[in-house]
Design a protein around this ligand. Structure first.
Ligand SMILES: [Zn+2]
Length: 466
């Protein structure tokens, strides 16, 4: 039982319950209401949420988890240079690196209130293992990247299908899968169609980058005579189970097609802002009733996985862009980071809101903080005032995975140390080549960083990881 809580339910009426309680049995919410209504229950485990706010776990709609190891390696470079830099390092990324990076990502997400995420990357098996170890929930897609090499594309497709067949609906449903064609500029029309066919045959959807960069739009126009959405639509790819990351360059007609085909969007404002990209027409997509969730993108381009920060960024970006404070109000942003995100992942029946019969994916945010006082208007405080580090307790699939900021499923200090070592090893392996004169090759002088990190670890251990 969670007792004495203020509960943001994110149900269809957006109800907020004061002095409320939630009863969890197994992995399910079996009752929710006022403390008066919960009086009839006698439970053996009680979480007292006095002065705290309880809400559905946040859903990160688009990330590349293992890229936590790339945090800070390709900053302040234009988007067009970013991919070659990342690919030059990525060629050294083995399964072991992906496991370390994924564990680091799970740790960061749990500590900032994310309970479920949609991932598209390589060595997805290792991300699945990290999900298993951490107790998180995820929609995982093994990436498919052709890059003018059809043999590679087909091989990636086979691996993506093999992964999905093995892991879809595994771990009591904590892992579901899609196939992960990277984008229209890295996958040929034939490969995209083959991927669609394969997805249909095993009954999973697709997770793909769409209309992300100006160059993609130019290429779509030149090679296929239309927009990215036109191209995908004409190939028969859009079938209601497609999670489309970014959708920056989508015109009014594209938005009509997206609505008609029930294509969902993962909006990642920070990564697009950091590239100096244009602004995705999110209010316009929402006006068309397109489902839009929020994602952080990978740490090579954000550079963190904090969904509370991402919610605020999304709200501020579109208010400023539209010069209208009423655009994307707090309650709507919270829906995007929970129930609408769940819809994009195909999980809205089981997660995304706190209601009887749903899975117990719940976060508890400590409001006994200066920046969250006075206590009132909780949805607004969460979007405009809170930090990821205010998340106190996390429950996923009915299991406590963090209590009073102590992660119970993972060894936090060990993961930080291993991730640092993996990063050092990646640097030794080299591979970095910058193709921009304005952004010369960084020196990677990390001795100072390593020393200060080791000091930080020692101090943290003394403080018992607080
Ligand atoms: Zn991405």
């Amino acid at each position: 039982m969670i007792k004495n809580a203020t509960i943001i339910t994110v149900n269809s009426k957006n109800e907020v319950i004061s002095d409320g309680g939630i009863i969890i049995e197994g992995n399910e919410i079996i009752d929710i209401g006022t403390m008066e209504q919960m009086k009839k229950y006698f439970t053996d485990e009680v979480v007292d949420a006095e002065g705290m706010v309880v809400m559905p776990g946040l859903i990160n709609s688009h990330t590349h988890l293992a890229m936590t190891l790339f945090r800070g390696v390709a900053d302040d470079v234009p988007g067009i240079n970013w991919l070659p830099i990342i690919w030059s390092i990525e060629k050294n990324i083995s399964a072991d690196f992906c496991h370390v990076g994924s564990l680091l990502g799970c740790l960061e997400m749990i500590k900032t209130g994310t309970t479920c995420f949609a991932d598209q990357y390589w060595h997805m098996e290792k991300t699945a293992e990290a999900v298993q170890e951490s107790g998180m929930r995820a929609n995982l897609s093994q990436g498919i990247l052709e890059l003018n090499d059809p043999n590679k594309g087909e091989k990636d497709l086979v691996e993506s299908v093999t992964f999905a067949k093995k892991w879809n609906n595994s771990l009591d449903g904590r892992i579901v899968c899609k196939l992960g064609p990277h984008s229209i500029y890295t996958c040929s029309p034939t490969l995209l169609q083959n991927t669609r066919e394969a997805a249909d045959s095993i009954n999973v959807g697709l997770h793909i980058h769409v209309a992300e960069a100006p160059n993609e739009s130019k290429m779509a126009k030149k090679s296929h005579g239309g927009t990215s959405i036109d191209h995908l639509n004409s190939l028969g790819i859009l079938k209601g189970d497609v999670l489309a990351a970014h959708c920056v360059f989508v015109n009014d007609r594209d938005r009509e097609i997206m609505k008609r085909t029930n294509t969902s969007v993962a909006h990642c404002p920070s990564s697009m802002m950091k590239y100096g990209n244009e602004i995705a027409p999110i209010p316009e997509l929402i006006d068309k009733n397109v489902v839009v969730g929020i994602g952080t993108d990978g740490c090579g381009s954000n550079n963190n996985l904090d969904m509370i920060e991402e919610m605020r960024t999304a709200a501020f970006l579109h208010k400023m862009n539209k010069k209208d404070a009423t655009v994307l109000p707090a309650h709507q942003i919270i829906r995007m980071a929970t129930i609408l995100g769940a819809q994009g992942l195909g999980l809205e029946k089981s997660i995304g809101s706190l209601e009887i019969g749903k899975k117990a994916d719940i976060i508890i945010i400590n409001f006994k903080k200066p920046h969250l006082t006075p206590f009132h208007n909780c949805p607004s405080h969460i979007v405009y005032s809170a930090f990821g580090s205010d998340v106190d307790t996390v429950i996923i699939d009915g299991t406590l995975v963090m209590k009073n900021r102590q992660v119970l499923t993972l060894d936090e200090m060990k993961i930080l140390e291993t991730a640092q070592q993996a990063f050092e090893k990646l640097l030794e392996m080299g591979g970095y080549t910058s193709n921009s004169e304005k952004n010369p090759k960084p020196s990677f002088k990390t001795n100072l960083i390593v020393k200060s990190f080791q000091t930080y670890l020692k101090i943290s251990q003394k403080l018992k990881g607080g």
